[in-house]
Design a protein around this ligand. Structure first.
Ligand code: OGA
Ligand code: MN
Length: 278
């Protein structure tokens, strides 16, 4: 029997974990149980936590080395923490479209751990979509066509000159030429821990499919990106101050819903380094 008391968030992914205080010293068995639940459910929600930045980093390190972001400045005191902030007069929010974190890296982060400091009441939810379920729902013929295809990923659309993610004042993003580098990842990846296949393209960073003509690539990508986030593959998390959510970037896409214009939202994020998708 698992050490963890989990409750599903939807029929297709996500679970809340009850009765764990992440500020305390977690023993190896508990960390192993959390890791197993993470791989099983892809998104874990811990309510009513009271975490300092150091405690959040320590929790993150129980899953691997922490990463920093090449284009978003970290916290002055703790470079491995990004303050994900939307100010009341921002017209844009970080993560405000379906995406998987940092797939423009050759070794994208395996997971992200977000802690709510300040959230607008009843708004600013985050949506998640299960990319294993999206893959499984494809026909065998489409699966066969996708195997062996390589997606082209780049930070350019978000962080290149005039990029979409450079317009939020609070986030201290830097546009950079480097953002236009292209990285290759399989369109279907296999989760290194569960062995399950997942769709691995996302609308923020996947700019094409290798070897296809422009129109072929755009058409196939448009189908895959819409399919990947169909409602039936999703769950939705409502935040309160003190909610911590960790998600598996090898299994899900996510979407920060911006339905609170004029209000402030502040989350603290750490990311755990991952390996090269295969
Ligand atoms: C992120 C992100 C979602 C949110 O931190 O990577 O997409 O709801 N955040 O803030
Ligand atoms: Mn994100």
């Amino acid at each position: 029997m698992s050490l963890l008391d989990t409750r599903p968030l939807s029929g297709v992914l996500g679970a809340s974990v009850e009765g764990v205080d992440l500020a305390s010293d977690l023993d190896d068995d508990l960390v192993a149980a959390i890791r197993a639940a993470f791989v099983d459910h892809h998104v874990l929600v811990f309510r009513d936590q009271d975490l300092s930045p150091e405690q959040q980093m320590r929790f993150g390190r129980s899953f691997g080395d922490l990463d920093t972001h090449p284009f978003v400045a970290g916290n002055d005191e703790f470079p491995e923490i990004i303050d994900v902030i939307t100010e009341p007069d921002d017209r844009f929010t970080f993560g405000g479209g379906w995406h998987t974190d940092v797939t423009f890296l050759a070794e994208p982060d395996l997971g992200s751990i977000l802690y709510a400091v300040d959230v607008p009441s009843g708004a600013g939810d985050t949506l998640f979509a299960n990319q294993h379920a999206a893959y499984d729902a494809l026909s065998d013929t489409m699966k066969g066509m996708l195997h062996g295809l390589v997606g082209l990923h780049s930070a350019g659309p978000q962080y290149g000159e005039g990029g979409l993610s450079t317009g939020n004042t609070a986030m201290r993003t830097r546009a950079a030429d480097l953002a236009d580098a292209v990285v290759r990842h399989p369109v279907v990846r296999t989760h290194p821990e569960s062995g399950e296949k997942a769709l691995y393209v996302n609308g923020a960073f996947t700019i094409g499919i290798d070897g296809l003509h422009g129109e072929e690539s755009r058409t196939l990508l448009r189908f895959l990106l819409r399919h990947a986030v169909k409602e039936r593959f999703t769950c939705r998390v409502r935040w309160e101050p003190g909610t911590l959510v960790m998600w598996d970037n090898r299994s899900v896409q996510h979407y920060a819903l911006y339905d609170y214009a004029g209000q402030r939202r502040h989350m603290r994020r750490v990311t755990v380094k991952g390996d090269r998708p295969v």
